[in-house]
Design a binder for this molecule. Sequence first.
Ligand code: NAP
Length: 157
Amino acid sequence: MINLIWAMSETWLIGKDNKIPWHVKEDLLYYKEKTKGQTVLMGENTYYSLKGYYKDRPLPYGKIYVATLNDIDFLDAIRVNDVVTFLKDNKEDLFVVGGATIYKLALPYADKLYISLIKGNYEGDTYFPKFDLNSFKLINKNETAKVTYLIYERGNK
Ligand SMILES: NC(=O)c1ccc[n+]([C@@H]2O[C@H](COP(=O)([O-])OP(=O)(O)OC[C@H]3O[C@@H](n4cnc5c(N)ncnc54)[C@H](OP(=O)(O)O)[C@@H]3O)[C@@H](O)[C@H]2O)c1
């Protein structure tokens, strides 16, 4: 099962200067509850962004795969040089946690989407790739003052 999880603004913004453009604590807690101890796949940029955020603390996941076109060895993660083949052959329960490049490559293989729609206006430089939500059906929606939490599953509406 391949899950994608991300937070975006109403303009589909997801990043600024290789960081998240907002600080919305309740969404951070939601993200942590979903991904804690899970096997995750992320791109190299997101990996360095998270390393900066957690500093000397370990990243709070289980197994970590990092997609990169470079020939780097990571101390706490497994390198994936061909993310499409990796996703095609995947048999694990996996959370794809960004960023934009990796979401785009992973969308065709996604079984489930966890989307946090962050309310408000933000500026940044990285957007979630446009895709067709028609191949997914909404299975859960929960709205708070700051965020709309949506869960979609692949299948007909
Ligand atoms: N709001 C959210 O939920 C959320 C979540 C995660 C990240 N983000 C944000 O997203 C931004 C980062 O996104 P990004 O697109 O710049 O980077 P990214 O997706 O984190 O990483 C992209 C990496 O993938 C590599 N790559 C490209 N094609 C590949 C392939 N076929 N197989 C393996 N690796 C491949 C790229 O290599 P090259 O460099 O050689 O092209 C690059 O190193 C940041 O601002 C971050 O904060 C937001």
